[in-house]
Design a protein around this ligand. Structure first.
Ligand SMILES: NC(=O)c1ccc[n+]([C@@H]2O[C@H](COP(=O)([O-])OP(=O)(O)OC[C@H]3O[C@@H](n4cnc5c(N)ncnc54)[C@H](O)[C@@H]3O)[C@@H](O)[C@H]2O)c1
Length: 448
């Protein structure tokens, strides 16, 4: 008789397996597309009815991914999206791509994962492989997530054993929205299962949509590797932000220094300073490790120092804006300030954790009258800590000239930098985006 493992292996191999993807956001949607491209049938799950409707119509609600992706999914006959979670029984593989945010006190919020585990448990059947992709601390997959699945199994599924009847693995997402040099297919994928069979099945599955799959010895290793990647970025960005403040006080341009250091062909990797961290990963994930490290009595000094420096950057930008206005004989109180860019990084519409919100709130607190302009974000939506209720201002020579200062937070390609350089009265540039116009702008350009 064919074992459950062998049966699922064959289904994956010959593309008769159906893959359920839970959470069709920045991570889940491109993954659905990559696995669909590998010939698999995809059943997407999301609680947001607008997303389900858009997908049925072939529309993409994630601007940076382009319309082609969802058109292909809608027209191929092998993709469907639903909010009916009773259908979790149907797929042979379930991949969880749900948010892992922080709670009020910077503690990990695993509520999405635990609820998903409970839902999966309620419809669990023999022959299912479950893969978790959401960033989290080591131990979550074999701990909280598996516990949730096991605890909610109905009586009929009580006998199902992980590693024999169903399979469980962790495979961290490494998506970088907006980056054109890589796609879900070309970014190598780490896979670590709770047992050898889970690792093998998950690796085979991902090989359908990803060029290179790297097997590691456990889910814990895969979870920790993802945190290491993000902490590496967080710490290096903090270091270069600190360098920026030191060098600026010495009248040395940090961007020129980074360019010079980057000519070394080994042992150096450039990181760039900015107005503070944004996005769903770098500002949040390190704190997952900080929290977990307490359990083993280990301090996380690097992470906390980096967090401190990075979260202070909006204050630095505001301070530089005050000083720049002062040079122009103006007070911040009553000044009209235009923030250029609300998204947390260029060429996307994602505003989660964007430092632009902090900059706006701090400027307002000092009495400035603040607007923003972002071609990708026509109006603000409520985010974790902010609900600004603002609309984007169109950039014209007249509108630019109407502000006492522009603070460039996000260097979108869509901005007309020449026009900004020509018409803005003063620009505080946190991204070195106006370097080409520095000599023309003279004292109207301040780097921050
Ligand atoms: N965005 C990135 O660049 C990125 C990169 C690497 C890792 N990650 C990690 O991947 C995970 C997912 O992040 P994301 O950016 O895709 O989040 P997202 O908010 O873009 O997507 C989550 C999706 O899940 C849906 N959802 C919420 N609750 C649900 C539920 N109970 N059942 C079904 N669907 C539900 C939401 O409607 C949304 O469509 C996080 O752990 C994140 O840290 C994100």
């Amino acid at each position: 008789m064919t074992s459950v493992y062998e049966g699922l292996r064959q289904k994956i191999q010959n593309n008769t397996a159906t893959v359920g993807i839970i959470g069709l956001g920045y991570v889940g949607l491109p993954l659905a597309h990559a696995l669909h491209g590998g010939g698999l049938r995809i059943l997407g799950f999301d609680i947001d009815p607008r997303k389900i409707k858009a997908l049925a119509e072939g529309r993409n609600y994630l601007e940076h991914l382009g319309p082609e992706m969802t058109r292909e999914l809608a027209s191929g006959g092998r993709f469907e999206a639903t909010s009916d979670f009773d259908r979790l029984r149907e797929p042979d593989v379930l991949i969880v791509c749900l948010p892992t945010p922080l709670g009020k006190h910077h503690e990990p919020d695993l509520s999405y994962l635990v609820r998903a585990g409970e839902q999966i448990g309620r419809t669990l059947r023999a022959g299912q492989l479950i893969a978790l992709e959401s960033t989290t601390y080591p131990g979550t997959t074999r701990g909280e997530f598996l516990d949730a699945i096991l605890a909610s199994r109905p009586g009929s599924a009580q006998g199902l054993e992980c590693g024999r009847d169903f399979f469980l693995a962790f495979s961290p997402e490494r998506e970088d929205p907006g980056r054109k040099s890589h796609s879900t297919r070309t970014i190598p994928k780490l896979v670590g299962g709770l047992d050898a069979q889970s690792t093998e099945l998950a690796a085979m599955l991902y090989e359908k949509g990803v060029d290179q799959v790297v097997r590691v010895s456990s889910a814990d290793v895969a979870e920790a590797a993802k945190l290491l990647e993000n902490i590496f970025r967080c710490v290096n960005i903090a270091m270069v932000n600190e360098m920026k403040m030191i060098l600026s006080a010495m009248d040395i341009d940090v961007w020129e220094v980074i360019g010079a250091a980057s000519t070394k062909p080994f042992g150096f990797m450039p990181f760039y300073p900015g107005p503070g961290l944004g996005g769903h990963c770098i500002p949040i994930d390190p704190f997952y490790l900080t929290w977990k490290a307490k359990e083993v009595g280990r301090p996380t000094r690097f992470i906390e120092l980096a967090g401190e420096i990075n979260t202070s950057m909006p204050d630095y930008v505001v301070e530089r804006t005050i000083l720049a206005l002062n040079e122009h004989k103006q007070a911040i109180k009553g000044a009209r300030v235009l923030v250029l860019g609300l998204a947390y990084k260029p060429d996307i519409d994602d505003t989660r954790e964007s430092p632009a919100f902090e900059v706006i709130e701090k400027l307002r607190h000092l009495g400035a009258r603040v607007d923003y302009s972002d071609p990708h974000v026509p109006e603000t939506m409520p985010v974790r800590k902010h609900d600004l209720g603002m609309r984007s201002v169109a950039l014209t020579p007249e509108s630019l000239a109407a502000y006492d200062a522009c603070v460039l937070v996000t260097d979108h390609k869509a901005f007309d930098y020449e026009s900004i350089a020509r018409h803005a009265r003063l620009v505080v540039d946190t991204r070195n985006a106006l370097r080409a116009f520095a000599s023309d702008m003279g004292g109207r350009l301040v780097k921050a």
